[in-house]
Design a protein around this ligand. Structure first.
Ligand code: PPS
Length: 556
């Protein structure tokens, strides 16, 4: 045996001896105690023996120190265990296993139960906090998992879409190389040639660079505005631009800058009307009446002095006839339900437009019809219907002033019955310049106001007649103006023979503008058309000078 082992054995045996001695001592104490108690019981049974009593007291004195020591030890143990209990953490949940017999059987299956787990809450507040923290952690975990799943799906879609777009582009390039003479053809394929084989493009993706990046979206104030002109294709332009991945559009016409009741609500209100957009996307809103409302340019500049402005124009006489067609259509639908219930409005409401309702009433009526919302479901359907009711009430019996009939009260029925010729030309043969559809077509007057506030480079004039015939060429110009890559191509369109217009091609189907776009115009006397074109020739020249481009509108 080594010295170390011997030492260990010695230590072991000494500690063993100590334990043994302690045990013997304890046993001895217990034996003494029980003997003492036995003796005391006997003494109680024989109280008449003085000798026994004396012996008992002698023994009591002998055992007193040992008893005292034992009591002290017990006290120390009790205080030690109580101090331990104080330090231990007490869980709010008490878990108790009970035998089956502790519970009354509940159903047939209960016979299979051997034990029942009873969980009681001893500290409800702590338990609530504990559970809340658990739930929040669970929610955050799922949120992170969900976000990353969405991210992955979108990233996969983006890569797929880019692949398809590049395939489509290379197919188009190959076709162009195979048929070099086809260059003179319109940029748009008609339905027959667009064909079913043409790749169907979804809404373009949002990632212009090869690096797919998903930033958070937020509602942003518009960085570009389509300011007008009404009936020149503002809706078509917005919907076509929306094919571009970098464009986001406000659904309906917000009329923030031209309606005081909206403008007074402030920019936060306006921002809330905007769609969510990614950083790098351009938000566009269109309200055609911005162009003709004198207070608007200054208000727009106050919001964003570097905003980009899109102005779409059309040959002025055709535009005026289109405007008339729409107003007549609205008046026709306005007369029936409220014809006999609306009080006449005072003559002061007259706008001298020579048309019928005052400017305000007409504006309300026009917007009430939602004709500017041709495609968009747009926000504010309820608001629109309320405006419809107001407008209907206002339009009836509105007093108007014309040179031929100085104070004429036109009902909606009369309004609906008047021809364009009657409204545009006075009986003496002169042009009614105050007739609103004509005054709106005097583009140079309105544009002048805008150019007093914004530099020319911030405004792009879009040719609405060309947009109807060849959207891609106009869109290419707009893409360059907005500083975004050329992405809207001919495969995004097809020509709808029934409608007579190009419609939009989406991944999930094709889409044309509503029937309120492209209404059949009434026949207008060619003499009147010629007279009006001559009338506008001078104004058009002024407009060309302002924009620095001759749009080639006919002069008779
Ligand atoms: N692709 C396509 N589909 C349908 N309509 C088209 C399209 N492109 C341009 N347009 C012309 O848009 C004219 C309506 O102009 P707006 O949208 O500016 O009207 S509104 O002021 O918002 O009411 C509308 O005028 P009208 O034809 O007089 O109804 C159309 O000629």
């Amino acid at each position: 045996m080594t010295a170390a082992k011997r030492r260990a054995a010695a230590t072991n045996s000494s500690s063993h001896n100590e334990q043994h001695q302690h045990h013997q001592h304890h046993q001895q104490q217990q034996a003494d105690q029980s003997a003492y108690e036995h003796e005391y019981q006997q003494l109680l049974q024989q109280p008449q023996s003085p000798h026994a009593t004396q012996q008992y007291h002698q023994r009591q004195q002998q055992h007193a120190p040992a008893l005292q020591q034992q009591q002290q030890q017990q006290q120390q143990q009790t205080s030690a265990s109580s101090s331990l209990r104080d330090c231990s953490v007490k869980l709010p949940l008490d878990i108790l296993w009970l035998p089956k017999s502790a519970m009354r059987p509940v159903g047939a299956d209960s016979s299979h139960t051997d034990c029942i787990l009873v969980v009681g809450v001893s500290r409800p507040k702590l338990a609530v906090v504990f559970l809340t923290v658990m739930l929040i952690s669970l929610f955050l975990t799922f949120h992170v998992l969900y976000d990353s799943a969405v991210y992955n799906i979108q990233a996969a879609q983006a890569v797929h879409e880019r692949h398809r777009l590049s395939l489509a582009a290379s197919t188009a390039a190959a076709a162009a190389a195979a048929h070099p003479n086809a260059n003179h053809l319109p940029a748009f394929a008609k339905p027959a040639s667009v064909g079913v084989n043409q790749p169907q493009l979804s809404h373009p993706m949002v990632f212009p660079s090869s690096r797919v990046h998903f930033s958070k979206t937020s509602r942003r104030l518009p960085q570009a505005l389509i300011i007008g002109v009404r009936k020149c294709g503002t809706r078509a332009l917005l919907e076509m631009l929306y094919l571009h991945p970098r464009i986001q559009k406000a659904g309906g016409e917000v009329h923030f800058f031209d309606r005081d009741e909206n403008y007074l609500k402030g920019l936060d209100w306006y921002r809330k009307k905007m769609p969510h957009s990614f950083r790098g996307q351009i938000t566009i809103e269109k309200s055609p009446s911005y162009f003709v409302s004198p207070e608007v340019p200054e208000r727009v500049r106050a919001m964003n002095a570097s905003i980009k402005l899109l102005l779409i124009v059309r040959e002025p006489v055709t535009r005026a006839i289109s405007d008339y067609t729409q107003l007549r259509s609205h008046a026709a639908t306005a007369i029936l339900p409220l014809a006999d219930s609306s009080p006449p409005t005072p003559p002061a409401a007259a706008a001298g437009s020579g048309y019928g309702p005052s400017t305000a009433a007409r504006t309300k009526l026009q917007s009430a019809r939602g004709y500017d919302n041709a495609l968009g479901s747009g926000a504010g359907g309820k608001e629109t219907s309320q405006r419809t009711q107001r407008a209907r009430r206002t339009v009836i019996g509105t007093t108007t002033t014309t040179a031929a009939t100085p104070t004429t009260t036109l009902s909606a029925a009369q309004l609906a019955g008047k021809s364009f010729e009657e409204l545009a030309i006075f009986p003496n043969g002169t042009v009614n310049e105050a007739y609103r559809p004509l005054s709106i077509s005097m583009y140079h007057i309105h544009l002048h106001r805008w150019l007093e506030v914004f530099p020319r480079e911030q405004l792009l004039v879009v040719n609405g007649d060309r947009l109807i015939e060849d959207p891609v060429s106009q869109l290419r110009r707009i893409e360059a103006f907005l500083g975004i890559e050329h992405r809207v191509k001919s495969e995004h369109f097809y020509f709808n023979e029934t409608k007579g217009f190009y419609c939009l091609r989406y991944d999930n189907g094709d889409r044309c503008l509503r029937e309120t776009k492209g209404r059949k115009h009434p026949h207008v006397d060619p003499v009147v058309v010629s007279k009006l074109r001559k009338f506008f020739a001078e104004y058009n020249q002024r407009f060309y000078e302002l924009v620095g481009e001759d749009l080639g509108w006919p002069e008779e």
